[in-house]
Design a protein around this ligand. Structure first.
Ligand SMILES: [Zn+2]
Length: 293
């Protein structure tokens, strides 16, 4: 059983509350492999920035938990260990969530039941939030449904997105969740040709309804320009989920050099691509230099 005050001491809750109060964003970067895990940890060290390393459930099943345990070891070995959070993004499978809460070193898990209709979503969210809380693990949920899909997330194609409503906010906060990822025009994967069309009046209404009781999470940032990200942070978002935003240079490097470069050089330079781009976005999110060791 987690101690009574686990919520205040949980690393994810600590890092995100500090960000909300300090009006900056924490980059929450999806890792798929070892170069990316190393690159993210090095970026946090270089920028003296808090960071969230997150995995899709795909990584849990693909590697039988090894990628997550590896990230935990990398974090534990870093001087930034108190400021780097380990999170599971979009966990949509009941059994996998419970098994991961029991056996893997996550600080936080997104219990995403948004593929169910609202009543069932709420009931399942409530149960899983309690299960994780009993183990000292913070949780995130998605009221409404964010459109689109991403590499590693269960396919929700055919399910219509729906923007978060004020009523849903209260219902989800009452489940005991620690963070909410609202749907306000943001999309998983790639935005259409017109680019992101975010509904900022709705986000402001959501922020007022949340009333600082839980943290606000931004999903769907592929292709974001720095100004748009800053606008979201000013609107109260503290956890910034990123995927390609910090990995695009790594993929360009692989595509350009995989046919000719040695494996070791490919990996080392790939890791550096992850470091450089992640540091850049930490600066944009305002989290650089927030940690003094
Ligand atoms: Zn997401």
């Amino acid at each position: 059983m987690a101690p009574e005050n686990w919520r205040a001491t949980n690393k994810s809750n600590r890092v995100l509350l500090a960000a909300e109060q300090g009006h900056y964003g924490v980059i929450a970067a999806i890792a798929y492999n070892l170069e990316q895990i190393l690159g993210f940890v090095k970026a946090a060290e270089q920028a003296r920035s808090p960071l969230i390393i997150q995995f899709f459930p795909w990584a849990v099943t693909y590697s039988a938990g090894l990628l997550i345990k590896t990230a935990a070891l990398a974090i534990a070995a870093s001087p930034m260990r108190d400021h780097i959070v380990l999170h599971m993004d979009h966990a949509q499978d009941y059994a996998l969530i419970k098994d991961s809460a029991d056996n893997l070193p996550f600080d936080s898990i997104m219990v995403d039941m948004s593929h169910y209709e609202k009543e069932e979503n709420l009931a399942k969210t409530r149960e899983l939030v309690q299960y994780c809380a009993a183990r000292g693990i913070a949780t995130e949920a998605e009221p409404g449904r964010i459109e689109g899909g991403e590499d590693g997330v269960m396919d929700t194609e055919g399910l219509e997105g729906s923007k978060t409503t004020p009523e849903e906010i209260r219902e989800f906060i009452d489940t005991g969740v620690d963070a909410l990822a609202p749907a306000f025009g943001n999309m998983h994967g790639e935005y259409w040709a017109a680019g992101p069309q975010l509904d900022f009046p709705r986000l402001e209404q959501i922020r007022q309804n949340i009333n600082n009781e839980v943290r606000i999470v931004l999903h769907g940032t592929n292709g974001f320009k720095p100004e748009l990200l800053k606008q979201c942070i000013e609107a109260g978002v503290s956890k910034i989920n990123v995927n390609r935003l910090v990995l695009d240079d790594y993929y360009d490097h692989l595509r350009a050099n995989a046919p000719t470069m040695s494996q070791t050089q490919l990996m080392e330079e790939g890791t550096q691509k992850v470091v450089d781009l992640t540091v850049r976005w930490m600066e944009i999110a305002g989290s650089s230099g927030r940690v003094s060791l």
